[in-house]
Design a protein around this ligand. Structure first.
Ligand SMILES: Cc1cc2nc3c(=O)[nH]c(=O)nc-3n(C[C@H](O)[C@H](O)[C@H](O)COP(=O)(O)O)c2cc1C
Length: 152
């Protein structure tokens, strides 16, 4: 299996979580990590499974490194049939009205471009006692189990 992690971040937490998730993968999995800001969604590879990790900033907005990816989805509407993804959002319930909105926005944009979502959107709340990896790593294992079940 090949996994491509894509992170959108303002202060680095989403990138660190991708590193932590990558460390959890077995030896039979090839993976790479990209800043979403360097990726054109039209270039996503159907041979890879995509794990999208993004925070929320401003007032329910996407963080700076996710903006160009999101804008490209909105403006060029690439046909992402055959692209599979799972998505994990970092947010803070202090911002209750816009909690994890960035990941919801990106999820809806990917679905609108016909990408196929695997599993439920994972969400981390920075206002709790947990670290992102406490929630993100078990979520990742759930996604991997779903992928294995689909492949069997
Ligand atoms: C200025 C500011 C605005 C934020 N706005 C939101 C928001 O609207 N909704 C939300 O759920 N979290 C919001 N957050 C919380 C971040 O999403 C959270 O701290 C996250 O862990 C940051 O991850 P990152 O370092 O990958 O950007 C905000 C944080 C800051 C500092």
């Amino acid at each position: 299996m090949k996994i491509h992690f894509l992170y959108g971040t303002e202060t680095g937490n989403s990138e660190i979580l991708c590193d932590d998730m990558q460390d959890e993968l077995g030896a039979d999995v090839t993976s790479r990590i990209s800043d979403m800001g360097t990726v054109d969604p039209a270039d996503l590879d159907p041979e890879e499974f995509h794990i999208v990790v993004t925070s929320t900033y401003g007032n329910g907005d996407l963080p700076s490194t996710a903006v160009s990816f999101s804008d490209a989805l909105a403006e060029t509407k690439p046909d992402l049939s055959g692209i599979r993804f799972a998505i994990f959002g970092l947010g803070d319930m202090v911002f209750a009205e816009t909690f994890a909105q960035g990941s919801k926005t990106l999820m809806e944009q990917l679905l609108a471009c016909k990408a196929e979502q695997v599993g439920e959107r994972g969400i981390f709340d920075a206002s709790g006692a947990d670290m992102p990896e406490d929630i993100g790593v078990p979520w990742l294992h759930g996604i991997l189990a779903l992928l294995q079940a689909k492949a069997a």
